[in-house]
Write a protein that binds this ligand. Sequence first.
Ligand code: 3PG
Length: 319
Amino acid sequence: MDHIFQTVSNIGIIPVIAIEDAAKAVPLARALTAGGLPAAEVTFRTAAGEEAIRQIARNCPEVLVGAGTVLNLDQCDRAIAAGAKFIVSPGYNEALVNHCVEKNIPVFPGCVNASDMTRAVNAGLKIVKFFPAEQSGGVAFLKALAPVLPLSFMPTGGVNTKNLMDYLSFDRITACGGTWMVKKDLIEGEKWDEITTICKDAVKTMLGFELRHIGLNCADEENAEKTARAFCALFGLEYRPGNSSIFAGSAVECMKRPFLGEKGHIAIGTNSVDRAIYHLGLQGVEFDESTRKTDGRGRTKAIYLKDSIGGFAIHLAGK
Ligand code: 3PG
C-alpha cells in the first residue's frame, strides 16, 4: 500500500477523469503518460468509468489507475475488480473507508473539516482528499488545520497550473488532483497532443527547474579562496566559506579540491528533489545514490545524476 502512496506523491499531480467513451481511455492514458503524468483517477461519474479503468489497467501497466467519485461499496468492488489501485470518494463514507481498509486498498476519502479528518485519523488513514479545495478555504485552511492533525492531503477542486504550487509547496500536500488537463472537450475531440502539452506544462510548473549554481573544481583550498574572492569582488557577492567549498554568493561554488565533473558541476534547483528524481527517472535518467543527501524527514535535498553533460556533473538541489 505504501508504494502506491509514494507513487502518488512522486507523480504529484493526479488527473481526474470523467470519460463518456471507454474506447478513448487508453489513448488518453497514453497522452497523460507522454506528458509526464502516468496516473488517472477515473471517476464513476459516467457509465464508462468502470470499463475505462479496466482498459487502462489492462493496456497501460505503467499508469497508476484509480477510481474516483466512488460513492458506495458496490462501485468500490467493481472498481477494484476492474483494476483500480486506489479509491477516491468525494466525502467521508465510514462504510467505504472500512471496506477499503479491510481490503488493504488505498482510499482517499474527501474531507473538508476537522470532524471528517479526525474520523480519517481514527480509521488509520494517513492521507485524505480535500475537496472541493478552493471553495473550502484552499491551502490556508489546510495550513490552519494541519498542525493538529497527523494527516497529509490531496486537494482537488479548483486546482490548476496557476495555483498548483500554492498547494504543493506546503509539505503536508501529498499530491494535487484535477481535471484541468483532461477537460471534456479535449477528451471528446481526442486532442491527445493538447492533453500531453497541458500535462507537460503542469509538471514543469511543479518541478520548477532553475539554475542554482556553478561548481568550479579548484586545485586546492588556496585556489578556491582566490577564485571565490575574485567573484565576490567583481560582483559584490557574499564570501561564504564551507567545509568542502567556498561560495561566492549563491552563484559560484569553488571546490577546495577537484570534485565530480571534468569541468565542475552545475546545480539545478527544483521545488521537490524527490519528485524530480521520479519524473526524470521516467525519461531514463539515472542517479548516483552515493551522492544522495536527505533531511531529517527522509526527503532528498540533493543528488547527482549518473551522467555528466558537457563535462559538468549535474546535481539536483531543493529550493
Ligand atoms: C474531483 O473530483 O476531484 C474534482 O472534480 C476535480 O475538480 P476540478 O474539476 O476543479 O479539477
